[in-house]
Design a protein around this ligand. Sequence first.
Ligand SMILES: NC(=O)c1ccc[n+]([C@@H]2O[C@H](COP(=O)([O-])OP(=O)(O)OC[C@H]3O[C@@H](n4cnc5c(N)ncnc54)[C@H](OP(=O)(O)O)[C@@H]3O)[C@@H](O)[C@H]2O)c1
Ligand SMILES: *[C@@H]1O[C@H](CO)[C@@H](O)[C@H](O)[C@H]1NC(C)=O
Length: 330
Amino acid sequence: MAATAVVLAAALGGGLLLIARRFWQVAAGAGAGKVKRGMEGKTVIITGANSGIGRATAAELLRQHARVIMACRDPLRAEEAARELRAELGVCARGGGECRGELLVRELDLASLRSVRTFCHQVLQEEPRLDVLINNAGIFQCPYTKTEDGFEMQFAVNHLGHFLLTNLLLGLLKSSAPSRIVVVSSKLYKYGEINFDDLNSELSYNKSFAYSRSKLANILFTRELSHRLEGTGVSVNVLHPGVVRTNLGRYVHIPLLARPLFNLVSWAFFKSPLEGAQTSVYLASSPEVEGVSGKYFGDCKEEQLLPKAMDDLVARKLWDISEVMVGLLK
Ligand SMILES: NC(=O)c1ccc[n+]([C@@H]2O[C@H](COP(=O)([O-])OP(=O)(O)OC[C@H]3O[C@@H](n4cnc5c(N)ncnc54)[C@H](OP(=O)(O)O)[C@@H]3O)[C@@H](O)[C@H]2O)c1
Ligand SMILES: *[C@@H]1O[C@H](CO)[C@@H](O)[C@H](O)[C@H]1NC(C)=O
């Protein structure tokens, strides 16, 4: 009897705590969306901006009057997201007049080196400047797939595609300095390792490991790039967004009966996309991090990394191999 009462009280208390936490988070997120003109005249490229954290990042930077280029693989999905954002925020397709910010869509499939090159070629022809590049797009735990270039899909999209993209846009970022690169990684980097003997998972494929490896690669890439960019006025930082309610889990199978429970847990504990975008927005736009480079952030604060994510030798070797893989060095 007493035991039942304790369990009931605990459940009730826990439920109330959850609800309180949720409302506190919603309030915190809402305060972050205030209108500022801090990004007026600045051009920002966001990869994977049609969904989740990328879409919320675009909305927040548009609220600060940025010119945002959504770099997305599906032009239809991207145009639809752009239409919604323009309507929601009062943004124009092409600037001028009474516009608040500017929003354009350009096609970029990070799983294809050819597409990355075409995208960059167009940007370099059309854009006189680039102030911020946000490497946000990502794919999570998909079944084993090889890209048209012969790479394992998660390593290709999360790391290699962004590696080539960043390198091809580096000249424009340098000529626009002070400028910033923001890389979206994940805490799951902790379970990864850069196994140079099987970067394409041809010997064995573990989808969790491959995701973690790609997110560790994001951090090592940031580290090596920050060394290479010293003195250029271009900064590069990496972040983890926390656990966020987005489409990222599309390949994760949740049994039908467990779905209501999963939805409840994600509602209570996961961040909204707006909350999940705050560190990306902070690193892209806050004067507080002007000149800060090579650091790892969570919840808009610097965080410590495990030694394996600070290994300069591995970072250097990964850079050299990536250059060969994407055809920057023949
Ligand atoms: N959600 C989380 O809890 C969480 C936690 C840690 C880290 N992250 C990181 O946050 C970033 C954003 O993810 P999200 O949670 O916002 O997920 P999401 O809603 O699935 O958004 C991912 C975006 O990446 C795009 N993308 C996927 N493959 C692409 C490709 N080949 N070329 C170009 N774009 C591609 C997607 O395009 P489509 O819509 O066309 O598929 C989508 O726009 C990812 O880097 C992810 O690793 C998320
Ligand atoms: C797959 O990788 C994850 C993360 O590295 C690891 O925890 C798990 O044990 C691996 N699974 C198998 C079957 O090896």
